[in-house]
Design a protein around this ligand. Structure first.
Ligand SMILES: [Fe+2]
Length: 161
């Protein structure tokens, strides 16, 4: 899911609900909503005055003991020559990639939590992202599900999962 708040009147955009009165259907992530249609239902201001709301992040620490919901959401990655290759879900715990429920993006952040790059996905896309970054520097990988929020893996020793 994605949420954004109107900085004028504090009305909240929730992607699960959309803004049907403005022509933005339910299930539309904030960042894909049509700029020309998007208008705050309360005060009428346009999309550019909205800011995205960061959701709480679910951190998964123990790779040997995952629940089913953890296993199909947490981003797994390999690192080789400054290339980070990320997938979500495994053969026995695939995540749906349907309009109502999908992995919306995978993002790599630096050690300060600032975004370095983000890859978006749509319906039926293969959920795989490849980032070229300086892997000698600290980084983290996150994935966002439209239903279940943002997920992060905390590697213990090796980042090769
Ligand atoms: Fe999910």
């Amino acid at each position: 899911m994605s949420k954004a708040i109107c900085t004028i009147c504090h009305y909240l955009y929730d992607s699960r609900l959309g803004f049907p009165e403005s022509g933005i259907p339910a299930g539309t992530p904030f960042w894909t909503a049509d700029d020309s249609l998007f208008a705050c239902p309360q005060c009428g201001w346009s999309k550019d005055i909205f800011i995205e709301v960061e959701e709480s992040i679910v951190e998964v620490e123990d790779p040997s003991d995952l629940t089913e919901i953890e296993s199909c959401h947490v981003p797994r990655y390999t690192v080789e020559d400054d290339v980070v290759r990320v997938t979500v879900g495994q053969d026995d715990s695939e995540h749906p990639q349907e309009r109502e429920h999908m992995i919306e993006w995978i993002e790599v952040r630096d050690g300060n939590g600032e975004s370095i790059d983000r890859v978006y996905f749509g319906e039926n896309d293969d959920v795989e992202a490849v980032f070229s970054i300086d892997t000698d520097e600290e980084f983290e990988v996150l994935a966002s599900c439209s239903e279940h929020g943002i997920w992060k893996w905390i590697p213990h020793e090796s980042t090769n999962l």
